[in-house]
Every structure is written in structure tokens, then in C-alpha cells.
Design a protein around this ligand. Structure first.
Ligand code: PYR
Length: 370
């Protein structure tokens, strides 16, 4: 039992993880992560319809194998906001990595840093402080995801700290003004076993032994385009609006000055009944028309999924749960294994689809599956 972790017995081993596919990682993580934490990470809202749709809707589009394409050693490099990336995927923001592993976000950060050329999104609901995360992240690129306080002075204070930490973009998660209806957490009476140092300044309590619903209720619930203006003006950094699932909301975010659109349904954890995230992507991309980069997440489990998202208008994709499962199974080395798996899998798909570069994927034509 780890006394620093509120008696919550997260795994602590550090080892490479064999990734046959990321679905199996979930099954294996279930065996080593305490039930409350595993259900929180893997679970979603309501009937978990949207969670399931996120991985099912990939079957609505197919990839055309192209031959005689003169392709060898596909190149996955790309860039966003002037930053060079080795791969077109980044870590999506997720709260409380300490549920998966005792090293918390520092473990995830180190795995990403050792992989190199990607970006760590640091959640405002991180269980580790910025300086603890830095021990793993070591100057690697990072974005900061904010759950806002109702008090803008607190928000300024948090933004100041994120900027001092080196955040190169702010992600406003706009789809989580309260918690989705999560049966698994209710059944387990789930509370976080450790605190959240970044937002503890605006919570009554420090998040330890608090439910997500309690924490969301103390965060800002009334989010509007004014908040996009505020974050952009105060931070001077590019701002993403995350949780976009309709062209209308993409337009409203851009109108408010958003620099990036983050298409996501929060891994199916918020509004159940929402479409599988990939279903929402194409119409959003058509509305955005290249005026701002699009990050896509919710449902990426294979290289084929990355390919389909990039071919449907995403510039970058975010990976989430598979990384946490890698963290649970092998600490930072497990995280690195998951990043390496996705890189290798994407390259294989690129080769078979006859695409040499990420730009080639963006031009690739998918076909409809009825
Ligand atoms: C979630 O549990 O989905 C959060 O974003 C905290």
C-alpha cells in the first residue's frame, strides 16, 4: 500500500510492454489496476453507447490500398503551430494518471519524452504538480488543458504557472461543465485517492477523497465564447477549444478567436448518445476549411484509425486510454511502448495505402461502407 497515494495501490513496475493491439492492453490493465481506478479510466457515461460508437464508427469508412506508389519508409513527421513533430499524434489530456501508476503524470511524461517528437497534454486535474511532471518531461513539448475556476484571478494564476512551465498552447475543455452520468463511478462510490495540485487553489479541499462531480461543480460551469477570448488574450498562446462535435460549434470557436479545433467527445464520458467522434469529423473539417488546425480524439486504437482521421480532415490525432493502460502495465517504458506501437502501425498502414507522407494521407480518398 502506497501511503503517498491515499492507500490506493497503483502498479509501480517499470518495463517494456508488448503491444499486439491496444484492446488487449485494456484487458491486461484491468488485472493490475484497482477496480475503482480502472472503472473510472475505462468507463464512460450512461449506456456507454458513445464510448462504443467511438471505436465502431471506423467501420463506416475504408482505406483504398494503392500500389505502384513508389513508397518506402513512410515519413510521419509534421508540425503544428510551428512546432515540429516526429509523428502526427499527441497525448490527449487525461486527469489523475496516478490511478494507473504510482509515478502519476511524471511516468507518462517520461515515456513521451523518451519517445521524443510528440506532445504531452497536461491536465488541470493532474495528480502531479508541474515540477513533478517536469522530472519526467525534461523540456519536451507540452500543452496545458484547463478546467477553469469560476474566479478569473485564479484562472490567471493557473495560466501564469502553465506558461512558466513552458506550455505552448492552452486547451479549453468545453464539453465537461459537469460530469457525465457514470454508473461505474457511482456504484464504486469513486473518489480520487490523491489531490490535484494545479486546481487545489480553487477547490474547497484538494481533490483527495472528492468525487469528480464535486470537483466539476466547483469549476466553472458556464463556459462561453468569452472564455475563449479571455484565455487567448491573457495567455498570448494558441488556444484550442476541445469537445467540438458540430460544424456550428467549430464556427463559433473560430469566431471567438480559437486557434485550433479539438474534435472530441471526451472518450464518450460526457453526453451519452453523442455520435462516435469520427462521424463528426468530416463535416467539421469542411466547415473549418483549413483556417485552423484540427486535432481529433476519442476512439483511436490502431494506425488505420489515425489514417482515416487524417484523411478526413484532422491534422493531428490524440491518444488517451491506450497510453494510460501502457502506463499501468509498465510505467514510463510502457508508455513508450504504446507510442512506438502507434508509430510502427501508422507507418505500416501508410506503406500499404501508398502514402509517403502525412500530406499524402490528407489527400487520400476513403470509401464509404454501407
Ligand atoms: C474525466 O474524468 O473525464 C475528466 O475529464 C476529469
Amino acid at each position: 500500500e502506497d501511503v503517498n497515494n491515499g492507500g490506493y495501490d497503483a502498479p509501480s513496475n517499470v518495463n517494456e510492454v508488448e503491444v499486439i493491439n491496444t484492446y488487449e492492453l485494456e484487458e491486461k490493465a484491468k488485472e493490475v489496476v484497482p477496480k475503482g481506478g480502472f472503472d473510472y479510466m475505462s468507463g464512460a457515461s450512461g449506456d456507454e453507447f458513445t464510448l462504443q460508437q467511438n471505436t465502431k464508427v471506423w467501420d463506416k469508412k475504408g482505406i483504398l490500398p494503392r500500389v505502384l506508389a513508389d513508397v518506402e519508409f513512410p515519413e510521419t513527421s509534421t508540425s503544428i503551430f510551428g512546432q515540429e513533430l516526429k509523428v502526427p499524434f499527441v497525448m490527449s489530456p487525461i486527469a489523475a494518471h496516478g490511478l494507473a501508476h504510482q509515478t502519476k503524470e511524471a511516468g507518462t511524461a517520461r515515456g513521451i519524452a523518451e519517445f521524443g517528437g510528440s506532445i504531452m497534454s497536461i491536465s488541470a486535474y493532474s495528480g502531479a504538480s508541474f515540477s513533478e511532471i517536469e522530472e519526467g518531461l525534461k523540456d519536451n513539448k507540452r500543452w496545458f488543458q484547463i478546467y477553469m475556476s469560476k474566479d478569473d484571478e485564479m484562472n490567471k494564476n493557473i495560466i501564469d504557472e502553465a506558461k512558466a512551465d513552458g506550455a505552448s498552447a492552452i486547451i479549453l475543455t468545453a464539453d465537461a461543465t459537469l460530469g457525465g452520468n457514470r454508473d461505474r463511478d457511482d456504484r464504486n462510490k469513486f473518489v480520487y485517492p490523491f489531490g490535484m495540485p494545479i486546481v487545489s487553489r480553487y477547490l474547497k479541499g484538494d481533490a483527495k477523497n472528492m468525487s469528480l462531480n464535486n470537483i466539476y461543480a466547483q469549476s466553472k460551469q458556464k463556459i462561453s465564447t468569452d472564455d475563449v477570448h479571455f484565455l487567448k488574450e491573457y495567455s498570448g498562446l494558441p488556444v484550442f477549444v476541445k469537445g467540438i462535435q458540430t460544424p456550428e460549434d467549430a464556427m463559433s470557436a473560430l469566431g471567438a478567436g480559437a486557434d485550433g479545433i479539438w474534435v472530441s467527445n471526451h472518450g464518450g464520458r460526457q453526453l451519452d448518445g453523442a455520435p462516435g467522434s469520427f462521424e463528426a469529423l468530416e463535416s467539421i473539417s469542411k466547415a473549418v476549411q483549413g483556417r485552423a488546425p484540427i486535432v481529433f480524439d476519442s476512439g483511436i486504437r490502431r494506425g488505420e484509425h489515425m489514417f482515416k482521421a487524417l484523411a478526413s480532415g484532422a491534422d493531428i490525432v490524440g491518444i488517451g486510454r491506450p497510453v494510460l493502460y501502457g502506463l499501468a502495465l509498465g510505467g514510463w517504458k510502457g508508455v513508450q511502448s504504446v507510442f512506438e506501437y502507434f508509430e510502427k502501425d501508422l507507418k505500416r498502414v501508410m506503406q500499404l495505402a501508398g502514402t509517403q507522407t502525412i500530406e499524402d494521407i490528407k489527400k487520400a480518398r476513403l470509401f464509404d461502407i454501407k
